[in-house]
Ligand binder design. Structure first.
Ligand code: FES
Ligand SMILES: [Fe+2]
Length: 425
């Protein structure tokens, strides 16, 4: 449970809010690099932390991320023309370069030099790992590059997608650090089921309720779920939380080899989130099938690739099939992350955390909130919060079955991620 004040503090991200100030200390994914495929391509709308922006790639391949509304009379620059090194408003022809400077005005005499007095907000960007990241904070606080291990894998070995979630960002993140729901919400009921999810044979499902171990680190935390499997063994799965909104977890390719995967819950505004989904393999290229993300429901067959809205959404009850729910899967909803979005959106746009009843299974959720509150206070005091420096660069996440008394922190190595489980998601 949280007080009303703390719930507000953690969930509101507009410019000037305490959490908004904290988030503006980090590099933030703004869009997929392929959305701006070539110099002078069409501009793209971007909503980040409540700010309406437009992104474009100029003639010299530089990326501009500037406020969406033209400072003349507020027309959207999304309708603008991406011309020779600048984006020109379609209404009266004011033109802006990637730094936000007004470089031309078609409706004012040149000799007035009016353009020299006009500029729009612009934010620095970097292209890392198939994403364009933006920095919305003060110029002197720009952090080291967001070189997560997954961003450094060759393009053939990594994949990233995105999908809109119709809730506050924290609801998504809390779902991502909540291991206890996974073998319940995502369970399939029969061992021979073709539906995505955890089968009855998976150690996740066969084992007993988990104990959570949370190790706070310089970037956030690592946490492990420890699930007794039988007299002699336990199933262990580790997750990483990198502040403010990155999850890293073990997973598997369609062909069954080990991957590391994760989500990034980027606030568009207080009630909508762009969820980035990434996977990478350290050993083999990803296949076309992997890139469809059918099990998760995040790929091009399930998500409109211009609006990034899910085909299965709250307006159609996520295409819930009650017969399937009775006989084949716990939810009757297809796609593991569709199930997550359905449940998290069902909690309301910003869940009322004053009305929760948290137990030991929610330990990682509770610790995430503590660290986020700490980050807010740290930034408020003018200091640097966890997760800004590069201590997260090499992180991975693994799972495995170990003898009951094994020291899992020592025994769980990246090689253990190669342990094959049926449909780890
Ligand atoms: S509104 Fe953009 S030039 Fe007039
Ligand atoms: Fe889930």
């Amino acid at each position: 449970m949280l007080s009303r004040e703390d719930n507000e503090l953690l969930t509101r991200v507009d410019r000037g809010t305490p959490m908004g100030n904290a988030m503006r200390r980090y590099w933030i994914p703004a869009l997929l690099a392929w959305e701006l495929p070539a110099p002078d391509c069409p501009p793209v709308r971007v909503k980040l932390l409540g700010e309406e922006l437009v992104a474009f790639r100029d003639t010299q391949n530089r990326i501009g991320l500037i406020e969406e509304h033209c400072p003349h009379r507020r027309a959207s620059l999304f309708f603008g023309r991406n011309e020779e090194c600048g984006l020109r408003c379609a209404y009266h022809g004011w033109k802006f370069d990637v730094d936000g400077r007004c470089v031309d005005m078609m409706n004012e005499p040149e000799h007035l030099h009016f353009k020299e007095k006009i500029s729009v907000t612009s934010y620095p960007t970097v292209e890392v790992g198939g994403l364009i990241w933006a920095y919305l904070g003060s110029p002197d606080g720009r952090p080291p590059l967001p070189n997560f291990a997954w961003t450094q894998a060759p393009e053939t070995h990594r994949h990233v997608s995105k999908v809109v979630q119709e809730t506050n960002w924290l609801q998504g993140l809390e779902g991502g650090v909540d291991t206890s729901h996974a073998p319940i919400l995502h369970r399939v009921l029969k061992a021979d089921s073709k539906r995505p999810g955890f089968k009855p044979t998976h150690p996740f499902v066969r084992s007993k309720a988990p104990t959570l171990v949370v190790d706070v680190t310089s970037y956030g935390y690592q946490y492990a779920s420890v699930r007794p499997l039988d007299e002699a063994t336990v199933h262990i799965r580790t997750y990483q939380l990198v502040l403010p909104f990155h999850q890293i977890r073990p997973s598997q390719s369609e062909g069954g080899h080990a991957l590391v995967s994760g989500h990034i819950w980027v606030p568009m505004d207080d009630e909508s989130t762009m969820v980035y989904n990434w996977d990478y393999s350290e050993t083999a290229p990803l296949t076309d099938d992997d890139r469809l993300e059918r099990r998760l429901g995040n790929g091009p067959l399930d998500v409109d690739q211009s609006t990034f809205r899910s085909v299965r959404n709250k307006r159609n009850n996520y295409m819930l099939d009650r017969q399937v729910q009775k006989t084949e899967s716990f939810t009757g909803i297809e796609g593991v992350n569709v199930q997550d979005r359905a449940i998290q959106e069902s909690m309301g746009p910003i869940v009322d955390r004053t009305r929760e009843h948290l137990g030991p299974a929610d330990k990682a959720v509770i610790q995430a909130r503590r660290l986020l509150l700490e980050a807010v206070k740290t930034v408020r005091d003018g200091r640097t919060p966890r997760g800004v420096d590069g201590t997260y660069y090499a992180l991975r996440a693994v799972e495995g079955v170990l003898p009951k008394d094994a020291d899992w922190r020592q025994a769980l190595t990246p090689e253990m991620a190669a342990t094959r489980f049926e449909q780890t998601v």
